[in-house]
Ligand binder design. Structure first.
Ligand SMILES: Nc1ncnc2c1ncn2[C@@H]1O[C@H](COP(=O)(O)OP(=O)(O)O)[C@@H](O)[C@H]1O
Ligand SMILES: [Mg+2]
Length: 226
């Protein structure tokens, strides 16, 4: 039942914890991982992706402590679909949990949906819950800027392939950002959204590039799993 593969057991454990934390929060996720791995007779750190079916089955009991039956099956399917591959990650069963988030942004509801989807994807990629919330926060700031200043646009969040991480891309055809230098130089105080603004969002990521002009704005940010 337990076998070693060419993939990193630690990364698989992280991915499992990320999936569970997205649904249960980090504390209950820990309880569920401990309980299911004890049932399988291994330490959580010894789990590999070959255990995913057995793990999904073993998680049923602890998951039922916190979730209804429909949710339990959703989480089990995410575990069954979780994959770690040699160079980075990836995955994709039919549910394709590593599929990029591609969100058309027009109204506040779109902002909220993009934020939630970005957080889920970040957890699947292996970000811990705190970093997953940072990713979600950046998405929500950029998406809200689209709604407020550009009208419509798109936010794409895609897994990076060379190493675990995410790229966030925001594109719109709005009027452009008038005083980008002051904003990036910290001389502008954000008042909308969460008050983080573009400058605060940049600090939450490893890098952020802004291209803006009278025909629109494109912002690309990246963050690696630490
Ligand atoms: N996508 C965008 N299109 C046009 N202008 C923008 C866009 N995003 C931001 N801006 C401009 O840059 C300013 C700073 O944005 P931000 O740092 O998010 O702070 P805040 O939204 O709180 O003003 C905004 O007030 C707005 O004038
Ligand atoms: Mg803003």
């Amino acid at each position: 039942m337990i076998s070693s593969g060419t993939t990193s057991a630690r990364s698989f454990e992280q991915i499992v914890r990320g999936i569970l934390a997205a649904h249960l929060g980090p504390i209950h996720a820990d309880t569920a991982v401990m309980s299911a791995s004890r049932h399988l007779g291994v330490q959580p750190s010894q789990l590999t992706e070959r255990d995913r079916d057995a793990l999904a089955t073993a998680l049923a009991r602890p998951l039922r402590l916190y979730l209804d039956e429909t949710k339990v099956r959703i989480v089990q399917r995410e575990i069954t679909n979780a994959r770690v591959v040699d160079h980075g990650f990836a995955s994709a069963g039919e549910e394709a949990p590593m599929r990029p988030v591609e969100a058309r942004i027009r109204v506040e509801d779109d902002v909220i949906r993009a934020r939630a989807e970005a957080r889920d994807l970040a957890a699947r990629v292996g970000f811990d819950p705190v970093d997953a919330i940072k990713i979600a926060t950046v998405v929500s700031e950029l998406a809200r800027n689209i709604v407020m200043y550009a009208g419509t646009g798109t936010i794409t969040v895609r897994p990076l392939v060379a190493a675990r991480g995410l790229e966030i891309e925001s594109v719109d055809s709005g009027p452009g950002i008038a005083d980008l230098d002051a904003i990036l130089g910290g001389r502008y105080r954000s008042r909308k959204g969460l008050g983080l603004g573009i400058a605060g969002s940049k600090r939450l990521l490893d890098s952020m590039d802004v291209t803006t002009g009278p025909t629109g704005t494109r912002i690309v940010g990246r963050k690696r799993v630490p």
